[in-house]
Design a protein around this ligand. Structure first.
Ligand code: SF4
Ligand code: MG
Length: 290
């Protein structure tokens, strides 16, 4: 192994609230990339807006912080421009499952070779704690003073049904599990979703570390077969079906399928960025249009 953890560390002080689950996700991303021996100049993190949006500043590799909900289109653009890079898209539950939900559904069926890490804290944290698409029914927030009445968005079931080829969940209170899950997601060739239970210690007083520690259990310890799609869907519904009393974490579903990049003739020989930009004759294309 040639890469060291120090290469991924940043000198800047992370601006998250003390105790926030975001720290564990940043640490797990740095460790996973190090242990996979990926050089920082070969890795890119795209992010949207929200507390999770700062991730592209807090891991020392290439980064792009874009608009709210747009981390996936940015990541796919980066991947198409240079498919040799390891690309991680980072977002939040409000960012990715609310504003960016259209991108989420369509990117999965294309199967780009990307890892999508979602800081799922069940609130809009940066804007001080409004209900998000994954807030539990009954949860009181500034925007739901009488409690959430909607059915929460189910990211894992949506990903399994939507064509994602790697679907997993982890917990920011279990660094080892999180790092190992991220390593497998990055190593997987195809679109990988890792939804992370990430306690927002400042604005979510319901889904705390203690809440998750009492309820999470590891799918792989329970002998789950991630090749079985029906079983994966069943497990994806276990949280809502048990009124969030039983929360499985681990790899729910995994399958091999050609990636979007594999199917593009223009990328067969080399990455798009490696093609020369001079001496391109487009006259024939114009003639065909006339
Ligand atoms: Fe973390 Fe919540 Fe603070 Fe954002 S507001 S940094 S999610 S604890
Ligand atoms: Mg959130």
């Amino acid at each position: 192994m040639t890469v060291t953890l120090a290469q991924y560390n940043v000198l800047e002080r992370c601006q998250w609230c003390p105790g926030c689950g975001d720290f564990a996700i940043a640490g797990a991303i740095r460790s996973a990339l190090t242990e996979l021996d990926i050089q920082p100049h070969n890795a890119v993190i795209s992010s949207g807006i929200g507390c999770s949006g700062k991730m592209s500043h807090y891991v020392n590799c290439y980064g792009f912080e874009g608009l709210h909900g747009r981390t996936l289109p940015i990541a796919s653009g980066i991947k198409l421009a240079n498919h040799k890079l390891t690309v991680l898209a980072v977002g939040g539950d409000g960012d990715g499952y609310g504003i960016g939900s259209g991108h989420f559904m369509h990117i999965m069926r294309r199967n780009y070779d990307l890892t999508y890490i979602v800081h799922d804290n069940q609130v809009y944290g940066l804007t001080t704690g409004q209900a998000s698409p994954t807030s539990q029914p009954g949860m009181k927030t500034k925007t739901t003073p009488n409690g959430v009445v909607e059915t929460p968005f189910n990211p894992l079931a949506s990903a399994i049904a939507g064509g994602a080829t790697f679907v997993a969940r982890s917990f920011a209170g279990d660094m080892v599990h999180l790092k190992e899950t991220l390593k497998q997601a990055v190593a997987h060739r195809g679109f990988a979703l890792v939804d992370v239970f990430q306690p927002c210690v400042t604005f979510n007083k319901l889904n705390t570390y203690e809440f998750f520690m009492k309820r999470v259990y590891k799918l792989q310890d329970a002998g789950h077969d991630y090749a079985n799609r029906e079983l994966a869907l069943q497990k994806a519904f276990e949280g809502p079906d048990s009124n969030f009393e039983k929360l499985p974490i681990g790899i729910f579903y995994k399958v091999e399928r050609p990636t979007y990049e594999d199917t593009l003739p223009a990328l067969k020989e080399k990455a798009l960025v490696e093609h020369p930009l001079t001496g391109i004759d487009v006259s024939q294309a114009f003639e065909e249009l006339l």
